[in-house]
Design a binder for this molecule. Sequence first.
Ligand code: NAD
Ligand code: UFG
Length: 338
Amino acid sequence: MSILVTGGAGYIGSHTALELLNAGYDVIILDNLCNSKTESVKRVEEITGKKAKFIEADIRDREALDRVFAQNSIDAVIHFAGLKSVPESWQKPLDYYENNISGTVTLCKAMQAAGCKKIVFSSSATVYGAENESPLREDMPTGKTTNPYGTTKLYIEKILQDTYEADKEWSVCLLRYFNPIGAHESGRIGEDPRGIPNNLMPYIMRVVVGKLPELTIYGNDFNTPDGTGVRDYIHVVDLALGHIKAVEKVLGETGCNIYNLGTGIGYSVLDIKAGVEKAIGRPLPFKFGPRRAGDIDTCFSDPSKAKAELGWEAKRDLDKMCEDTVRWQLGNPDGYGD
Ligand code: NAD
Ligand code: UFG
């Protein structure tokens, strides 16, 4: 079976490509490298001892997509390609709508033309908005996203749902990720963000390698046990394994299904800081600062639907998430380099 992985050179895509290769799938990675480097793909091949086919192309380029489908027999698509920064999406909403939404429509049209109607899509817990109470369940209302990035995920979910409603030969899996952290335990692949990271774990890692002086914790007056924000952090390898189960589902039957991919456990910013301190064996410099606009108290999943229907659950605990992130970062202080 051959799987096209859009955005497969990126953080979650590279970990998923690795697990697909390990599971015996042929993997074709399509990425325009706007937020990644081919080094990740080389390292996936090095770790697995297997080859992935790499195509440098943009999901908005219909001709390139048509060529990919004409030249390869593709059984299903896992669609990671997209822009993902919340603050950048406020500055450049049109880029986000064009890249994420138009790109997905172009991809689906190319798939439809080629008769490949099986897709697994990277959605986000952000579609639940700020009003639902955790644990978040797939049947809770969506629609009140709080930033343009989140709105692209909401619209793409709707576009894929409508595509299935119009043509029941489609098989769609919408995966709502919670907060992916961690790295492959080899320490050879991991998250490599550009510039100053927005997200907690990549920011902490810059402090660990001495590139930033201290962590600022955004607020200690949230309505949580220790006052800092609570999130459902999930090891990226668990997330990648969730995609293997999802791809089995779309290969096996038609339908349109939504699954949370989270652990169901909420950890605070101070819990994450403590986990990293345990992994590095020293305290992490930090200070408390004001809240960040838009941050909510608590967000964690009810992961029971994925367990019941996909036979998947997250297995890696917080210590493992922190140890693996630290191993990657200390072994690769400059990420994949230049
Ligand atoms: P990433 O930026 O590391 O990976 C995305 C990849 O897509 C990159 O390699 C980038 O070069 C590529 N890409 C972007 N636009 C493209 C285009 N037009 N054509 C071809 N390639 C393109 O991000 P990630 O963390 O691996 O996230 C993967 C997916 O998961 C994204 O869709 C993201 O929105 C979603 N997601 C991520 C998180 C998270 O916290 N990391 C949470 C929820 C959902
Ligand atoms: N935080 C800090 N300091 C930092 C960075 C983050 O204290 O330097 C705190 C935040 O206030 C929050 C927690 O760490 O309490 C996690 O913040 P992240 O930015 O890592 O993650 P978010 O939960 O805010 O956002 C993530 C993804 C978004 C997605 C959202 C909802 O980055 O793309 O989850 O699912 F939209």
